[in-house]
Write a protein that binds this ligand. Structure first.
Ligand code: NAD
Length: 348
């Protein structure tokens, strides 16, 4: 565990066992240089404590990078609850978790993540104020879609051959859920031609009817000729195989962890396809959650979301200057913000 903590440059890690509720939880606080650590609470059945710790540490680190590049005055953290086997009292479990969060005195603010629900956040809120994503907070997906839209603007400004207007441009969207659909709306308003896919046929038909989108199969979406490909479904979809199929100038979408391996960033660079680093372009949702929690105004929130465009422009500029993949550039920029100027050299 200490090796993991050192490698991830983690501030601290907290473990809690509550016998009465069966709660086994871990809170990883990665970095609080910019402010208290914010990050979701994942509740899934882990096979071992080691797996749960690894997940918490890795995810907390990701949150620090994301919050830093989003310009938030917050650090990164994450919590995991090892879901009890068999039936359990969910309310009791989350009450105990809420008390645990409260004991940390505000150094960690929790939120929703895989397996947790708005109702769980409401339960946590009965025990502590250090919780976001409650039923009074609202849906972050439209803000995420807006951030991706801003990221697409930065992509157009960088890839001059595409032109600056979305009118008549062909955009392929994978995944038409909360974010994908909202993004299609924004792109359609600007006159883009949409090619869409989803494993849920109803969602596809909705986009065909609403936006005159062309539907393709889940496999075809990678090789369909288009200007920009927007992955808004699953993570891990940019592999050696799919990158070789791409017939687009750029990839810019909301899905988390799009690169199957870090090396895939280099493959994108080698193929001369602009890649908007996922945790930068999809930060609109985090900005919404963080700034709603902090009680900031809609104006301040929009200003932060709009700034995704400038940050991405900066990443693309450095990519060209250093001839290094955008994924590496983004990591390096975040590390400078988290650890100071002297932090690591860019390794191209
Ligand atoms: P969602 O569950 O509402 O939508 C995901 C959609 O992808 C679903 O319609 C699903 O059917 C579809 N899908 C799943 N597998 C697919 C496949 N193989 N091919 C095509 N479509 C497939 O999720 P969401 O909230 O819209 O989030 C989309 C992505 O963006 C996720 O990766 C999520 O982690 C990420 N993200 C979301 C937010 C947010 O604010 N919701 C913020 C940051 C990142």
């Amino acid at each position: 565990m200490f090796r993991q903590i050192t490698e991830a440059r983690l501030n601290d890690i907290h473990l809690k066992y509550d016998e009465a509720s069966g709660l086994k939880a871990i809170v990883a606080i990665h970095n609080t240089r910019r402010g208290p650590a914010l990050g979701g609470c994942r509740i899934i059945p882990y096979t071992s404590t080691e797996d749960a710790v690894t997940d918490a540490v890795r995810l907390a680190q990701g949150m620090s990078y994301k919050a830093a590049l989003a310009g938030l005055d917050l650090g990164g953290g994450k919590s995991v609850i090892m879901e009890p086997e068999g039936s359990y009292d969910r309310e009791k479990l989350f009450k105990a978790f809420g008390q645990f969060i409260d004991e940390l005195g505000g150094r960690y603010i929790t939120a929703m993540d895989s397996g947790s629900r708005v109702s769980d956040m409401d339960t946590i809120a009965t025990q502590t104020q250090h919780v976001s994503c409650t039923s009074s907070s609202g849906n972050p997906a439209p803000s995420t879609a807006l951030g991706v839209y801003k990221g697409i603007q930065a992509t157009l400004k960088t890839h001059r051959e595409l032109g600056l207007s979305l009118k008549g441009m062909t955009i392929a969207v994978q995944g038409l859920g909360n974010v994908g659909f909202a993004l299609c709306q924004l792109l359609h308003q600007d006159g883009a031609k949409l090619i869409v896919t989803d494993i849920d046929e109803q969602k596809v038909q909705h986009c065909v009817q609403e936006f005159g989108a062309k539907a393709v199969s889940a496999e075809e979406i990678y090789s369909v000729p288009c200007d920009i490909f927007c992955p808004c479904g699953l993570g891990g979809i940019l592999s050696e195989d799919t990158i070789n199929q791409l017939q687009c100038a750029a990839v810019a979408g909301s899905a988390n962890n799009q690169l199957l391996t870090p090396e895939c960033g280099q493959l994108m660079f080698n193929r001369n396809i602009l890649y908007a680093p996922d945790y930068l372009i999809n930060a609109g949702g985090l900005i919404f959650v963080a700034m709603t929690y902090q009680g900031k105004s809609q104006n301040e929130m929009n200003h932060r979301i709009n700034a995704i465009e400038d940050t991405l422009l900066q990443v693309y500029r450095h990519e060209q200057q250093h001839q290094a993949p955008s994924s590496l550039i983004a990591d390096h920029m975040a590390e400078v913000l988290l650890y100071g100027e002297q932090s690591g050299q860019l390794s191209a």
